[in-house]
Write a protein that binds this ligand. Structure first.
Ligand code: NAD
Ligand code: DAU
Length: 338
């Protein structure tokens, strides 16, 4: 049995990754460390918590003593760092917490990992560290320049460089993965897809930034999880792997697709003031992970969107609880100025 410390495991991707491992019957004991910010929701793993395979600690990744104690006590072999502030719009309103968690938090984990005998430290990063592409540019490769444009992506790029430096300087066994936009169940409804689904289900306006021409590459969180596990177990030490979904779409086309599946009218769409510094396009070249680790995304976007819509339709209570917790205040403050 392998012992893996997952940080941020009560969030969207972290909880789906844990679910993926447990449901695929992998022989892991998982130690889930999460501070439970607005984005961390124990409900996401409610049905998984029974038994010895999963242990939860409510801890901040910036707390060196607590992290070191857990690593030692649980005899941790792998660390997968999902914990982060993850929403670009929030980073524009309040960058400070992004530097604290994403940069200082990552460095704290690295320091704790350096003091222990771990097999690998895997940093979950993002395609946003590469900045923005023009419509005709080739996709990002692992050797593309880092050119982050938001406080969020700058904090993630800083963390990537720290992770790299601990490999070069201290021989810490690391990998970094950089993935495109995830969608699927349990995503906090500040992000485009769950926000639009929830608003449409409630016949509320769908706020599309600018003209809706920005392009994102969409990947189902299930495919991201399978890629992470591959890199964790088979990735060559010191390497960076891009992960993509092969599914580029403009925001406006994506929103219209959602409305079509939901059988809701397009006049719910409202074009609002653009996000400052809004990246035009992300696209990922994932030939490296495809060729070296034999990984490919399996979920087709149309099918993935239909399943995701069904999940949110069948989990209105989850959505209402999340919204009750914090969201309405944020939503109203955020959109009042647009
Ligand atoms: P999320 O916001 O849904 O979840 C983040 C989790 O981290 C929450 O459970 C939160 O409570 C926890 N957390 C925050 N600060 C913490 C701290 N100081 N200590 C401990 N726990 C803390 O985020 P997500 O969308 O699941 O993203 C997870 C990771 O994947 C992030 O590192 C993000 O940068 C990266 N990523 C996300 C996407 C995407 O499309 N969502 C794509 C590529 C990479
Ligand atoms: O590319 C990976 C990144 O994807 C991750 O690193 C981030 O953690 C994750 O939040 C996501 O960032 P984006 O900024 O691309 O995701 P978001 O869902 O916020 O927005 C997707 C696109 O939709 C973007 O072009 C902005 C636009 N948008 C978003 C919202 C919330 C709208 O038009 N209206 C909205 O209300």
């Amino acid at each position: 049995m392998e012992i893996i410390l997952v940080t941020g495991g009560m969030g969207f991707i972290g909880s789906n990754f844990i679910r993926y491992i447990v449901e695929n019957d992998k022989d892991f004991r998982i130690i889930n460390v999460d501070k439970l910010t607005y984005a961390g929701n124990p409900e996401n793993l409610k049905d998984m918590m029974k038994g010895d395979h999963l242990q939860f600690y409510k801890v901040d990744i910036c707390d060196y003593n607590a992290i070191s104690t857990i690593i030692k006590k649980e005899k941790v072999e792998y660390i997968v760092n999902f914990a982060a502030e993850s929403h670009v719009d929030r980073s524009i309103e309040n960058p400070d917490i992004f530097i604290q968690t994403n940069v200082i938090g990552t460095q704290t984990l690295l320091n704790a990992a350096k003091k222990s005998e771990i097999k690998k430290f895997l940093q979950i990063s993002t395609d946003e560290v590469y900045g923005s592409l023009g419509f005709e540019d080739p996709p990002f490769t692992e050797t593309s320049n880092l050119a982050p444009n938001s406080p969020y992506s700058a904090s993630k790029a800083a963390a990537d460089l720290l992770v790299r430096s601990y490999y070069k300087t201290f021989n810490l066994p690391i990998n970094i993965t950089r993935c495109s936009n995830n969608y699927g169940p349990y995503q906090f409804p500040e992000k485009l897809i769950p926000l639009m689904i929830n608003n449409a289900l409630n016949d509320k306006e769908l706020p599309v930034y600018g003209k809706g021409i920005n392009i994102r590459d969409w990947i189902h969180v299930y495919d991201h999880s399978s890629a992470i596990l591959k890199v964790l177990l088979e990735g060559k030490i010191g390497e960076i792997y891009n992960i993509g979904g092969n599914s580029e779409s403009t925001n406006i086309d994506l929103v219209k697709r959602l409305l079509k599946i939901l059988k809701k009218p397009e006049n719910l769409i409202k074009f609002v003031k653009d996000r400052p510094g809004h990246d035009l396009r992300y696209a990922i070249d994932f030939n490296k992970i495809r060729n070296e680790l034999n990984w490919e995304p399996k979920v087709n976007l149309e099918q993935g969107l239909e399943e995701t819509i069904n999940w949110y339709k069948n989990n209105q209570e989850w959505m209402n609880n999340v919204i009750d917790k914090e969201y309405l205040t944020y939503y109203e403050k955020h959109y009042k100025n647009r």
